[in-house]
Write a protein that binds this ligand. Structure first.
Ligand SMILES: [Zn+2]
Length: 823
């Protein structure tokens, strides 16, 4: 196994988009990225941060994701398609939940393959072999592989279209599915040396080459990934037609008439980045995952073909993104509607979408831009996403996953084991094993050290192999000791990344800045005890000298706790501050702060903050502590201020201890905080809403959190029945701590006109519980449905254990409540 691993290292790196294709003589056969990463199989991490996470991914996340693929019928899709191809007439023909369900199997195979490249596991390898047999059997004779059409060509999933490819630009996902197949096939081939899945991929890719291209059929993928996957397949097979097709699919994208019978996505051209030709684009728009997958493919194609127009477009889009559409956690995609980027500077916190897959795609893309441009600013963004917005996607035990990764919560958010659309767990499983591959890279006879983690690396340079051992407690401590051991003493350069956060630049734009006036010690560097000048170029200090075995580089990156402020244009963060230490962004969570509240906290600028390592907490984390002010309303509605302890934990580790409040952006002044309401008969009650389909969890407690809504559209803390819609009757029920005498109800409706499908109800009524019966209250009030106002109903006093609101939705719309007060 060991020998094969070493032999596979070079080609694994190449096919993963991570290095240059070489001909037999060692000269580049085709141009490719000028910088080559050192593949993860050559980097062994022994740290306390990543190594345990990668092991949990191997032992928990991958097996449980495979189990979910079995339980949810995803594996069965291949078996059913194969049965139809065999002529079996007794096949379950029901369409899958989504036409892309089969990609989850491909993604977890890819993750398993990466894991197998590092850790032998005969049982896992045999299981994957069995899956591949099923996949191969589901492929049609000409290479087509899309189970829903094969299972029932006359009645495939309604997104599939009546014939092959006709709804590709809409949402058939035929090319998307094959893209994930190619990615899995390349990974599996390089991990195991087997061609079983690669043969399936090549057969499918050859069908695409026969079908699409100049003078043939035209299309572009409604959901991107095929582009970068085809480049990987080209690298492994040397078949240039795959590369040509990748470029064709990018070149064809854009507005323009569609062939008869085809349909664009009804969400509009922005949705899948077809608003302009790819080379004319500057602004990241639409579905964030599709976008970053496309931008990754653009970088690949630019690297391999040398196309300067595609390269320039990618750099423009990146500049736009980091200037106005990047969350401080490195997440992207502000809006749940269309899983999309918002407008510039539209970065709401509680409703931030920040899909886990989009963070995975951000790291694919930023890494590629570094390989293309050699600039550390791309690694700065990659590191921010990696340690924060990506890692938050999976729980510490590897069993549950976030789809959206918000920056604020009122307790409505929790990770889940699996999803109807299960893209995120699969993406985590395939990303985690490859993390060590992001640490080092080479360019000619020089090395880049990009990320810091304890462990060792074997690095091939043209002048001979070198070993680098890192000793560090990063990300908890910025002291990094690198021991360099070249095979023979000789001269070469080591480029050491000095992160932006250590140079007073949290992001490479003016979107965020350090808002405190801490006189942080500058980074320092010594080689064998002698200081080296910190001459930084594109984020790197270059140490070009004669190295011999045992030379030691000591890099010190001081890590004071820093306060971060936002550009004034980010309205959501006005008068708020975020905390960062080293690469880690912090969050205040309910369990660590008084009364289980954090949205009522004010952290004045002058309050000093300390930090300590807590071995017992969240598998070992550095926490930030200090004093803050807690705001609350008293019985008369006046605000009280209380000095209280404050604690923040790394954002990525929140929601591992149950549901409750969380905030990344903390109030600096009273006006930005949400004072805790005075306990009333309502805030101490229990509230339950009529259930949503598929057990979707929404937090009905938002209705009685005592917070005054800013408007009916206020997205900070509400409850709605979406996606239930259309003249349905639903209810919410308030059960008092003890039977109470009440005579007034005030309701503030939720309504997201212009943004979503929730409206004030068509009608409603108020009931009280009497024995086992629900009776209408006796009133002369009208049951109003005004927006942006309290709708008051006074009624004959009742002493009752519970009240219920019954709403009838408007035709074609859902309904929801901001707040409900009862006296
Ligand atoms: Zn996802």
């Amino acid at each position: 196994m060991v020998d094969r691993r070493i032999a596979l290292t070079a080609c694994l790196a190449m096919a993963l988009g991570l290095t240059v294709a070489h001909s037999q003589s060692g000269a580049p056969a085709q141009p490719d990225y000028p910088i080559k990463p050192v593949n993860f199989t050559a980097v062994k991490l022994t740290d306390d941060f990543w190594a345990p996470r990668i092991e949990v991914n191997r032992t928990t996340s991958i097996p449980s994701a495979f189990e979910q693929c079995e339980l949810t019928g995803r594996v069965k899709l291949f078996e059913r398609a194969a049965a139809v191809l065999r002529g079996d007439s007794n096949v379950d023909k029901r369409p899958p939940g989504y036409p892309f369900d089969e990609t989850d199997v491909y993604k977890v195979i890819e993750g398993a393959a990466y894991s197998l490249s590092v850790t032998a596991d005969p049982k896992l390898e045999a299981y994957v072999d069995g899956l591949i047999e099923k996949i191969a059997a589901a492929q049609e004779p000409d290479g087509y592989l899309y189970t829903t059409r094969t299972i029932d060509p006359k009645n495939p999933h309604r997104w599939a279209g009546a014939e092959r490819w006709v709804l590709e630009r809409d949402d058939s996902h035929e090319l998307y599915n094959l893209g994930h197949l190619f990615e899995a096939a390349v990974a599996h081939h390089l991990a195991t040396g087997k061609r079983t899945l690669l043969n399936v991929a090549v057969k499918a890719a050859d069908l695409l080459v026969r079908t699409f291209g100049p003078g043939k059929r035209t299309t572009w993928p409604g959901h991107q990934i095929t582009e970068m996957a085809l480049v990987k397949l080209y690298r492994v097979t040397g078949n240039v037609s795959y590369l040509d097709l990748a470029k064709f699919l990018l070149d064809e994208r854009g507005p323009g008439p569609l062939p008869e019978g085809e349909r664009a996505n009804p969400r509009g051209l922005n949705y899948n980045q077809a608003q302009l030709k790819v080379i004319e684009q500057s602004e990241p728009v639409g579905h964030a995952v599709r976008a970053v997958y496309m931008y990754s493919g653009m970088a690949d194609v630019a690297a391999v073909t040398g196309d300067q127009a595609i390269r320039a477009a990618g750099k423009r889009i990146w500049d736009y993104l980091v200037t106005s559409k990047l969350y401080i956690t490195g997440g992207i995609g502000a809006s749940g509607s269309g899983e999309a980027f918002g407008q510039p500077y539209e970065l709401p916190n509680m409703t931030a979408y920040n899909e886990t897959c989009a963070s995975v795609g951000m790291d694919f893309w930023n890494h590629r831009l570094f390989l293309l441009e050699g600039d550390g600013k791309y690694i700065d963004v990659m590191e921010r996403t990696l340690f924060n917005g990506l890692l938050s996607g999976v729980s510490l035990d590897g069993k549950t996953f976030f789809y959206p990764n918000p920056l604020e919560s009122n307790g409505q958010h929790a990770r889940q084991e699996w999803f109807g659309v299960a893209c995120c767990p699969g993406n985590i499983t395939r990303f985690m094993p490859s993390v060590p591959g992001y640490l080092y890279a080479t360019r000619g006879d020089s090395v880049y050290v990009n990320l810091f983690a304890k462990g060792t690396a074997q690095i091939e340079l043209p002048g001979g192999q070198i070993a680098i051992a890192q000793d560090t407690r990063y990300p908890w401590d910025g002291a990094v000791k690198l021991t360099v051991t070249p095979q023979r003493a000789r001269r070469f350069a080591i480029n050491l990344r000095i992160p932006g956060w250590a140079r007073n630049q949290p992001v490479p734009s003016d979107l965020y800045h350090f808002a405190d006036e801490i006189d942080a010690a500058p980074p320092s560097l010594r080689v064998n005890g002698t200081s080296v000048a910190m001459t930084i170029d594109k984020g790197y200090v270059t140490i070009d000298r004669a190295w011999s075995a045992g030379d030691v580089i000591a890099l010190d990156l001081p890590m004071p706790v820093r306060r971060i402020g936002s550009n004034d244009k980010v309205v959501a963060n006005a008068n708020r501050v975020a905390l960062q230490r080293g690469p880690i962004v912090y969050a205040a969570e309910w369990v660590d702060n008084p009364n289980g509240k954090v949205r009522n906290i004010v952290l004045p600028d002058g309050n000093s903050l300390s930090t300590e390592y807590r071995k017992d907490l969240l598998n070992g984390v550095q926490v930030i502590t200090g004093r803050a002010t807690g705001l609350a309303f008293d019985a008369k509605g006046a605000i009280t201020r209380r000095d209280q302890p404050f604690m923040a934990i790394p954002y990525a580790t929140w929601a591992n201890r149950g549901r409750g409040q969380m905030a990344v952006w903390l109030a600096r002044v009273d006006a930005a905080a949400r004072p805790t309401p005075f306990p009333t008969v309502v805030t101490t009650a229990n509230i339950v809403a009529s259930p949503l389909p598929n057990g979707r969890g929404k937090n009905a407690r938002n209705i009685i959190d005592g917070e005054e809504p800013a408007s009916s559209a206020d997205s900070s803390a509400y409850f709605d029945w979406w996606p239930v819609q259309g003249s349905k009757t639903e209810w919410v029920e308030l059960t008092f701590a003890a039977p109470s005498t009440v005579s007034t109800s005030e309701v503030y409706w939720f309504d997201d006109t212009g943004r979503g499908g929730v409206r004030v109800p068509a009608s409603w009524r108020l009931l009280y519980k009497s024995g086992d019966r629900w009776l209408p209250v006796e009133t002369t009030s009208t049951f109003d449905t005004a927006r942006n106002a309290w709708n008051v109903v006074t009624f004959k006093p009742v002493t009752t254990p519970a009240l219920r609101i019954e709403v009838v939705m408007q035709d074609k719309f859902s309904a929801g409540l901001q707040e409900w007060k009862v006296r």
